[in-house]
Design a protein. Structure first.
Length: 105
């Protein structure tokens, strides 16, 4: 069986285009259903969470460092810290945990 890379690229482009074009052409009016509105509002947040959550735990060399950084980040977000501060704080937590683990081993 011969694999044609151009066929794969065309298929991926067609599917991506259809996903973006069909809603624009089929739904012309304002969406009045409250459930669909709230669903569409939260889709980007859920997608971002689903992509980043596994990486938070698996990216560090020690999974515990990622879990601890996640906990610290959630607490910092609840306390009102901005995104840049949360990212920096989580990086520091992972760095300190991995440095401490390196010293102990």
């Amino acid at each position: 069986m011969i694999h044609n890379i151009y066929l794969y690229i065309f298929t991926a482009a067609a599917v991506s285009s259809l996903i973006r074009i069909l809603p624009l052409t089929l739904i012309r009016g304002k969406i009045k259903n409250q459930f669909i509105q709230s669903f569409l509002y939260y889709v980007p947040y859920v997608t971002l969470a689903v992509m980043t959550f596994p990486a938070i735990i698996t990216a560090p060399q020690i999974p515990f460092a990622g879990i601890l950084a996640l906990i610290v980040g959630v607490i910092a977000a609840w306390r009102g810290l901005n995104m840049m501060g949360i990212a920096a704080l989580c990086c520091v937590v992972v760095f300190v945990c991995e440095a401490a683990a390196g010293i102990l081993m």
